[in-house]
Ligand binder design. Structure first.
Ligand SMILES: [Fe+2]
Length: 280
């Protein structure tokens, strides 16, 4: 099972275009939050219309998972907490989203919303508790925009921007993996990283860069390998091995990865900028 993970596209249409070209090569594409950008000059309602079109295109090519991030919140609920109503309304597009689980082969993916207050936080706790008690195929992977607190995957250079609740949920339920984004610079700064391990749980933060392609992780979940691609470099880790730093630079590339690279090669033009945009 091959899985492509991106996050924090922040309404970058060149990055969505790249995703459309890459999607057919994967059994699953995970967008781990912040599909939209609240700071964009483009009206939020227009962003929703455009991103829904991209999601429709993507869902016609492979399975898609989308969780909300802090830039995806378009409404407040009755308790006054910010929520992502447009993501909750994606049922018609066959996009697995906030509050749902998706089973692919022997793996269950549980998709968590961004939480802005106690009500949604409690919902996530219940969602994870229910999923933990459901009959499980062999592996359990969560999609949760914010990474874990005090992990290199949430290190911003001066402090951690991670989620303390997530650390407790991981300790309680010990999923096999958590896929995140949110702290754009973590993979690029000293003492930061795109991967970490909390107990038995592998945790990831894809990172963020400008332009096409977005930073991305390609996972071969049959071979248990994760490959991270960015303008900073290309690295891989073996998920069957204990946590080890630094990650290996990719020296031998599997044929399927070469095929993906060829199919998604950027058009001639400037390289992606190396400077990640700030957290959020
Ligand atoms: Fe973000």
């Amino acid at each position: 099972m091959r899985c492509l993970v991106v996050a924090d596209l922040h309404y970058s249409l060149p990055q969505f275009d790249w995703l459309v070209s890459a999607a057919p090569h994967f059994d699953l594409v995970v967008i781990a939050g912040d599909a939209l950008d609240i700071g964009s000059i483009v009206d939020f309602r227009a962003q929703i219309v455009v991103v829904r079109k991209y999601l429709e295109l993507l869902a016609g090519k492979t399975r898609i998972i989308l969780c909300s991030g802090n830039h995806d919140l378009d409404e407040r609920d009755e308790a006054g907490e910010k929520i992502s109503k447009w993501i909750a309304a994606l049922d018609d597009l066959h996009v697995a989203h906030d509050g749902e689980s998706l089973t692919v082969g022997d793996i269950v993916f549980t998709i968590c919303p961004w939480w802005d207050g106690p009500r949604v936080k409690e919902q996530i706790g219940k969602q994870l508790e229910d999923a933990a008690h459901a009959p499980h195929p062999s592996r359990w992977i969560w999609v949760h925009h914010a990474p874990a607190l005090n992990s290199p995957t949430s290190w911003g250079g001066k402090r951690s921007f991670g989620d303390a609740e997530l650390v407790q949920w991981i300790a309680a339920y010990q999923p096999d993996m958590v896929l995140s984004g949110h702290v754009h610079q973590s993979p690029f700064v000293k003492d930061g990283s795109w991967y970490d391990r909390l107990g038995k749980t592998w945790v990831f933060n894809v990172g963020q860069q400008m332009g096409r392609p977005p930073t991305h992780i390609m996972m071969d979940l049959d071979q248990n390998k994760a490959y991270w691609f960015s303008a900073y470099g290309e690295q891989s880790i073996d998920l069957d091995q204990p946590l080890h730093r630094p990650a290996q630079d990719i020296t031998s590339v599997p044929d399927w990865l070469i095929a993906v690279s060829r199919a998604t090669a950027p058009a001639p033009g400037p390289s992606p900028e190396m400077v990640p945009i700030p957290s959020g």
